[in-house]
Design a protein around this ligand. Structure first.
Ligand code: UGA
Length: 444
């Protein structure tokens, strides 16, 4: 099938690569000429395991191409995916400017039947706006062409995006047209070899599904973060509690890990947008507002602990003269993405408290430099930054940090203090090894 994908960002590139991999002819379109030129040369702007290899292979075999020429891409494709960004507007609602620009572009360029698929995360009702934008252009041109708008929200996770796309738990398709549903099934069929995981529903429910899924996951995380904080007060161990509740099949074990707060380009933005959507309907989404507030407070927990452990009391800059080493900057492992990363809040707080901050991350140093400039020291060696530091804090759960050389850590740190935001080690073993080890919710 011939398809084009608007937006060579995270979602667009993964979808373009995977649809090309399954034999389709795919054109990825973006307005950013520098980005498109770089992609043509095989330079991929984001880090995602397996993506680069897949793009290079499909580029070489001619199934995938990159262009800024939207008209040509639209005219030569049956299906056009919209995967451009929906950044939060000032009030938290998703800004549909880019989505609707693409829709108008499609209306201006199309010459025959088109299926237009919303893949960007867009609020309920966006498909109607996309339809209206296309119709408006067709009216201006005075032509009467058939098209169908589909909602196909992207449900993949960064760091596992290729795997999620090629072997999805489910693919949600929102459409009211049987013929279009069949075409979408054909497109996704190669990824459903073992089991059919297509869920076809009406458009508004598909749009809502995406927000409800992310809001539910964010809720679990905030809930578990509060349970962990309470465990600290009560002398209970949150990892035992997780085992205990996760064994109930209605609850399950996933997404119950406490941490320094959720980050990334999805949860914070989608939770805000759903609260905003509810407000527009005069509905107060109390629960989600609390989820958001809990998350903001959770981002303070690691810095609070470091200040409590090492800070000079009653000083404006309690950590002046202290050196804090940070392991992990990206919002989660296997990505270089710094968007809404808890590391930003934590490190800003440490800097404001007067600390010298040194950081290591396997992939995100380049992105983190854009955030912190030279206000913190970076190293590609996770041990180098420990020399003479007062404490180590673990912010991101990269595998590299799971089984480190504890002797070396102890010998390097001035105070053998580790504030662990990801509960990577066993508290008893750490105590026996002479560390002052402070995980989340396991200080019983
Ligand atoms: C999330 C969803 O998991 C995907 O299903 C969804 O498609 C995607 O958003 C999206 O809307 O595009 P992603 O943002 O890539 O995916 O990352 P997650 O793996 O969900 O992690 C989000 C944040 O939650 C991270 O900061 C992570 O550290 C945190 N987290 C996750 C916890 O603190 N505890 C957990 O138990 C799990």
């Amino acid at each position: 099938m011939k398809i084009c994908i608007f937006g060579a960002g995270y979602v667009g590139l993964v979808a373009a690569a995977c649809f090309a991999e399954s034999g389709n002819t795919v054109t990825a379109v973006d307005v950013d000429e520098t980005k498109i030129e770089a992609l043509k040369q095989g330079n991929i702007p984001i880090y995602e395991p397996g993506l680069k290899e897949m793009i290079l292979r499909n580029l070489a075999e001619g199934r995938l191409s990159f262009t800024t020429n939207a008209t040509e891409a639209i005219q030569s494709s049956l299906v056009s995916f919209i995967a451009v960004g929906t950044p939060p507007g000032e009030d938290g609602s998703a800004d549909l400017k880019y989505v609707l620009e693409v829709a108008s572009e499609i209306g201006r360029a199309m010459t025959g039947f088109k299926i237009v698929v919303d893949k960007s995360t867009v609020p309920v009702g966006t498909a109607d706006k996309v339809r209206a934008a296309i119709s408006e252009q067709l009216n201006i041109r005075g032509v009467d062409l058939e098209f169908d708008v589909v909602s196909n929200p992207e449900l993949l996770k960064e760091g596992a995006a290729i795997e999620d796309f090629m072997k999805p738990d489910r693919v949600v398709i929102g459409t009211d047209n049987v013929r279009t549903a069949e075409i979408m099934k054909e497109l996704y069929d190669p990824f459903m070899r073992k089991q059919n995981r297509m869920i076809v529903m009406d458009i508004r429910s598909a749009e809502m599904t995406k927000y409800a899924a992310n809001a539910m996951l964010a809720t679990r995380i905030s809930f578990m973060n509060q349970i962990a904080n309470l465990c600290d007060h009560m002398g209970a161990d949150v990892s035992a509690v997780r085992e205990g509740i996760g064994s109930d099949s209605r609850i399950g074990y996933d997404f119950l890990f406490p941490g320094p707060g959720y980050g990334g380009s999805c949860f914070p933005k989608d939770v805000k947008a759903l609260v905003r959507t509810a407000e527009e309907c005069n509905y107060d989404f109390l629960l989600l507002k609390a989820v958001e507030e809990v998350n903001e407070r959770q981002k303070e927990v690691l810095a609070d602990r470091l200040i409590r452990e090492l800070g000079a009391p009653n000083q404006a800059q309690p950590l002046a003269g202290r050196i804090i080493a940070c392991w992990g900057l990206s919002f989660k492992p296997r990505t270089d993405d710094m968007r809404e990363a808890p590391a930003i809040t934590i490190i800003e707080r440490l800097l404001a408290a007067g600390a010298t901050v040194r950081a290591h991350d396997p992939e995100a140093i380049k992105e983190a430099k854009k955030v912190f400039g030279d206000r913190i020291e970076f190293s590609h060696n996770q041990y180098e930054i420990l020399d003479n530091a007062d404490a180590l804090t673990i912010i991101t759960d990269w595998n590299e940090y799971r089984n480190p050389d504890f002797d070396r850590i102890k010998a390097s740190l001035k105070n053998a203090t580790i504030v662990d935001g990801r509960n990577l080690y066993k508290p008893k073993r750490m105590a026996a090894a002479g560390f002052r080890y402070l995980p989340l919710g396991r200080n019983g």
